[in-house]
Write a protein that binds this ligand. Structure first.
Ligand SMILES: *Cc1c(COP(=O)(O)O)cnc(C)c1O
Length: 356
């Protein structure tokens, strides 16, 4: 694992242009434990980051009872500003995911307060170059050492932090996606709308096959008849067809993205028509063929906005927007990243300054 060199004052020194994603971790971690005999969640602790020591029968390792989140902190206009983007939504989603997999929820105020203390403690690690940020990974795992299938009685919640590089070091680049009608990610009534490990295990093989064929991400269709569009990889998806922006409605199988919600609000305030509805792959293919498909883009914390230049369905490639980044995607990327870093106004009160 990469260790970060230190300068004489003890501050971390690393190459901000080559951080990549999720490879470097800061000095400290937050842990909070859950046990019924201690009255629930107890003993929050910020301590030097350390390896976890787990019994080989730890329930998470066998049955996957786990939930995680992903968000980012940015250095703001001054070095004293540490900005989070809509952390209340991530915390609420975390608790909702927990509910789905029988993990007791955390008090949102304790979650926020302890997480902010951790971030402030490792504030020297927040990178400052354009596009870089401190990625925050809250996680909860079931820790009973037991091989029976039932919800665990004890849990470990922890937060680790990782300085991450610019998602687009060579500028805002569109990607190619592959529609799969061979695998499915989630079905109604399943765990598709929870940020839990099982969804990612279920997606790996399709993603590997897409990579081998030269594609960046998989576009998932619904599990029942493989007609309606769901989401891509770890992003929600948007289509601009004529002058309507369409995104699949939240019906239990896709992750309710914080970026998705922000795009919907923001695009509407720009005067664009945004509709949350069912959109079938056939509608998308016809729009691509008759020229009414203007652009496709994904939304998620990592990339914020990811324009799509081409999709493949049933062996046929469809080029989108002449293979270039669409104007709405470019505008949304600029405005949302500007808001997140404090460079642009935040009319919604979405940005929370935890630095001072
Ligand atoms: C996290 C995630 C998203 C995006 O959510 P954001 O809150 O915007 O980061 C979309 N789809 C999946 C499957 C995800 O795991």
């Amino acid at each position: 694992m990469a260790t970060v060199p230190r300068n004489r004052t003890g501050s971390p020194v690393y190459d901000e242009d080559n951080l990549g994603f999720g490879q470097i971790f800061t000095d400290h971690m937050l842990t909070i434990q859950y046990s019924p005999d201690r009255g629930g969640w107890h003993s929050p602790e910020i301590k030097p980051r350390e390896d976890l020591v787990l019994h080989p029968a730890t329930m998470m390792l066998h049955y996957g009872q786990q939930v995680f989140e992903g968000m980012k902190a940015f250095v703001g206009p001054t070095d004293d500003d540490l900005l989070l983007f809509r952390p209340d939504m991530n915390i609420a989603r975390f608790n909702k995911s927990c509910q789905r997999v029988c993990i007791p929820p955390l008090d949102p105020a304790v979650f926020m307060d302890q997480m902010c203390r951790l971030i402030r403690k490792d504030r020297d690690w927040v990178p400052k170059s354009p596009g870089t940020s401190l990625y925050i990974r809250p996680t909860v795992i079931a820790v009973d050492p037991f091989l029976g299938v039932r919800p665990s009685k004890t849990y470990l919640f922890y937060v680790i932090l990782s300085p991450v590089g610019a998602y687009y070091p060579e500028g805002f680049q569109p990607v190619k996606i592959m529609v799969t009608d061979k695998y499915v990610r989630a079905c109604r009534g399943g765990v598709g709308e929870a940020k839990t490990a099982a969804n990612y295990a279920a997606s790996l093989l399709a993603a590997e096959e897409a990579h081998e064929a030269g594609f960046t991400q998989v576009l998932w269709l619904n599990a029942v008849d493989k007609r309606s569009i769901e989401e891509v990889g770890t992003m929600n998806i948007f289509f601009r067809i004529r002058d309507e922006i369409v995104t699949p409605a939240l019906e239990g199988t896709i992750l309710p993205g914080v970026t998705r919600d922000s795009v919907i609000h923001f695009a509407r305030d720009l005067g664009l028509k945004v509709t949350e509805r069912t959109i079938s792959i056939d509608e998308l293919v016809s729009a691509a063929e008759d020229g009414t498909l203007q652009e496709i883009f994904g939304s998620g914390t990592a990339a914020v906005i990811s324009p799509v230049s081409l999709f493949r369905y049933k062996g046929k490639d469809h080029v989108v927007a002449d293979g270039k980044t669409g104007e709405v995607a470019a505008k949304l990327f600029e405005e949302i990243t500007g808001m997140q870093t404090g460079a642009k106004p935040d009319p919604y009160g979405w940005v929370v300054n935890i630095g001072r």
